[in-house]
Design a protein around this ligand. Sequence first.
Ligand code: SAH
Length: 224
Amino acid sequence: MRIDIITCLPRLLDSPFSDSILQRAQKKGLVEVNIHDLRKYSTDKHQKIDDYAFGGGAGMVMMIEPIANCIRDLQSKRAYDEVIYMSPDGEQFTQSIANQLSMYKNIIILCGHYKGVDERVRQHFITREISIGDYVLSGGELAAAVVSDAIIRLLPGVLSDETSALTDSFQDDLVAPPVYTRPADFEGMVVPDILLSGHEKKIDDWRFDQAVKRTKKRRPNLLK
Ligand code: SAH
């Protein structure tokens, strides 16, 4: 899979992709993440990428030209399954969207800033708009990192235990059951006996039962 992220603040995306699982996934060649600095696509001598809003009002608007140049350049090299704009008014990101996007080969993610992008970008270049929640961030970079992380950990071979992503919250309309590790007794706070029993079937049943209980309590809307 290939993810191309377009941003006017490329450095904001350095760290999320240079550690742990996301870094390993790239090193193993399971995903290629390319960060594109929007300023390089500006034709203005000051590398301008934003301007005042027509009609007035506070806040700058990201110009269509550099964005169009960048998206067209990418699209001239390969076909993209989706050109995504991170936007607070987009469809709300869920595990099921992450699952869907993880099946794609090439995607573009555009990060907005300031007041957002010129509406014509959304009308003519964007195929999907995604929000990571009902709150406003100062830029789309963190949101793009969230979406990319959720996608990349689903790619085959990325997680060391292949079944691990499948047992995470939301994959089966349940949240995850509680987990414990050594020591079995910490100052009298003990781990449930069943987990120490070595009885695989009983442990599976217990985990399922706990997941159902937790879901009922915390996220009853998930239960079908
Ligand atoms: N004026 C816009 C907000 C712009 S915030 C509005 O009221 O809708 C600047 C940029 O941050 C946006 O263009 C978008 O790319 C990103 N952003 C902010 N909140 C986001 C969210 N909840 N999900 C995804 N992207 C978000």
